[in-house]
Design a protein around this ligand. Sequence first.
Ligand code: URA
Length: 237
Amino acid sequence: MARKPVSAPLAEPTTVPTPKGVQRGEARTPAPEPQTPPVSPDQKLRLIAQDLSAGGGCQNCKLCKTRKNIVVGEGNPQAQLVFVGEGPGEQEDVMGRPFVGKAGQLLDKMIEAMGLKREQVYIANVVKCRPPGNRNPEPDEILACSQYLDRQLDAIRPQIIVALGKFAMQTLLNTDERITQIRGKFRAYRGAKLMPTYHPAYLLRNPESKREAWEDLQAVARELGIDATGGSSSIAD
Ligand code: URA
């Protein structure tokens, strides 16, 4: 006798509930993608500082063995103008702040002569830890630290960067040129204009070069739309 085919039990019909406010047959508007809020320059700078201080402090190079403090940088996260120096000196190492010694006092005068306040700009260094005895930073130290300066400049996205002295200029522009050859002329740097000029510590030793440095800063002020014509005397002494 032929066997009756066994059929699978029919699944219960399911009813898909219609969401509130939507008529059957009507297309549903897709739910909006969750939006990640943009990270502000201030938050980005805080993250960089956190990264540098994590795990008892950065140990990417040998300067960690002799430093007292990591000098991250300071100033306005929205600054149109960023000054980049070489690396912390003795005072900066003690205080954990950039340009607070004698060279820093001259830098403050230069900033004020431009018609600006220190709080309006951002100040950072190529290396964040003091080279012992204020020696020059070595290539491996610059290489180990340059990611932090890159991140700082990418966070702030200033209109103008002033590279103070040979190390800042050569690191940022990736060049062997001499500061005396290229100071005073804007170069393009990752969407910003970079002005190489003398380091304030050099100007303290060679005051006859202050006039040229002042011309460079006046060009920066003009680019920023600031009238800095009255400030030259304040950096003269
Ligand atoms: N010189 C620098 O290059 N940076 C400082 O922070 C202080 C002195």
